[in-house]
Design a protein around this ligand. Structure first.
Ligand SMILES: *Cc1c(COP(=O)(O)O)cnc(C)c1O
Length: 343
């Protein structure tokens, strides 16, 4: 009998599971009650996150969605606008929490999701008696796997400073961007007033995100975390996984990027599929289907053991990660090609 073949999971880098080594450091972590006092391991993680991002302080939160919501609550007056690129995670994938709970509205810059300093300069609005003003400028880097350069980030920050509007970086996968661009992550994060990033995606921790900014930002963020029910007691067990992830799983993101590029190259030229390997900068491949509905195509491949999600009405998204080796990648590419009638 053949051994059952494990599914090839290209749905997201959030599917990564803590390794035995990560679980061992979690089991040994020093802990305290992080709500009433401090947890030493959470404190260590917060200090490291602040140091890496070039911020004064950081706060450990349960999710990237909470990090982003807290940043909006701290920076924006109710009714004000957040200036943000098209298809940003806060606009599409956070259940409308910015509107429902922070009272913001979004001014969306059309395009591929990456905004430029020129667009920010043209669209920042001062409040008038009749109109909301821009309360916050929001950059997502990377956005759907594509990066914004450090130089552009600095130019955007300069515009924001000049106009007196704070700048937040949704850096859920900013370590992927830093590895892809060959820069310390601080180069991408430090120009912003605050930054959020996820430990639970390609970095491989089971739970947790960081939101970083000035000391005053952290003080305000800490109250909102409590208000949102995000205070966690002996959270050092989770923070230990984050510390492990930042020590061991950053440089290896280059492997995920290499595999994503390889996957795009294997799929290039398959009938009915358009994919550009040169567009693959980090760990995501976006491919356009000419004839088939992407959900139907994803279902057909899932039935053959290769999982991924649709991405809008015509595209599919394939994500590489820590728990996917070269053999799994080749199997995934082969099943997708065969499902399109190639080979
Ligand atoms: C995943 C993601 C988030 C939210 O993170 P969760 O931990 O899933 O809540 C925010 N922004 C971006 C760009 C993301 O990819």
């Amino acid at each position: 009998m053949n051994a059952p073949v494990a599914p090839v999971d290209l749905r997201s880098d959030t599917v990564t599971k803590p390794s035995p080594e990560m679980r061992a450091v979690m089991a040994r972590a020093a802990v305290g009650d992080d709500v009433i006092d401090v947890d030493p391991t959470v404190q260590e993680l917060e200090e490291l996150a602040a140091h890496l991002t070039g911020m004064e302080a950081a706060l450990f939160v349960p999710s990237g969605c909470m990090a982003n919501l807290i940043a909006q609550m701290v920076h924006v007056r109710r009714g004000d606008e957040v200036l943000v690129g098209q298809d940003a995670h806060i606009v599409l994938h956070e259940v409308g929490s910015g509107a429902a709970l922070a009272g913001v509205q979004y001014e969306v810059v059309p395009g591929d999701g990456r905004i430029t300093a020129a667009e920010v300069a043209a669209r920042i609005k001062a409040p008038t008696f009749h109109t909301p003003g821009t309360g916050l400028v929001w950059v997502e880097n990377p956005h759907t796997g594509r990066t914004t350069a450090a130089e552009e980030m600095r130019r955007i920050a300069a515009v924001c400073r000049e106009r007196g509007v704070p700048l937040h970086l949704d850096g859920a996968r900013v370590f992927n961007a830093s590895v892809a661009l060959g820069l310390p992550v601080r180069e991408l994060t430090a120009p912003a007033d605050s930054v959020s990033f996820c430990l639970s995606k390609g970095l491989g921790a089971p739970v947790g995100s960081m939101v970083c900014g000035t000391r005053a930002f952290r003080t305000a963020a800490h109250r909102f975390r409590k208000m949102l029910g995000g205070g966690m007691r002996q959270a050092g067990i989770l923070a230990a996984a984050g510390l492990y992830a930042l020590a061991k799983n950053v440089d290896r993101l280059a492997d995920d990027h290499r595999r994503a590029r390889r996957l795009a190259e294997r799929l290039e030229g398959a009938p009915g599929l358009a994919v550009r390997p040169a567009d693959v900068e980090t760990n995501m491949v976006i491919a356009e289907l000419a004839h088939e509905n992407p959900d139907a195509f994803a279902d057909r491949c899932a039935a053959r053991g290769v999982q991924f999600f649709s991405h809008g009405p015509r595209h599919v998204r394939l994500v590489t990660h820590l728990d996917l080796d070269d053999a799994a990648l080749e199997r995934g590419a082969q099943v997708i090609r065969e499902s399109l009638g190639a080979d």
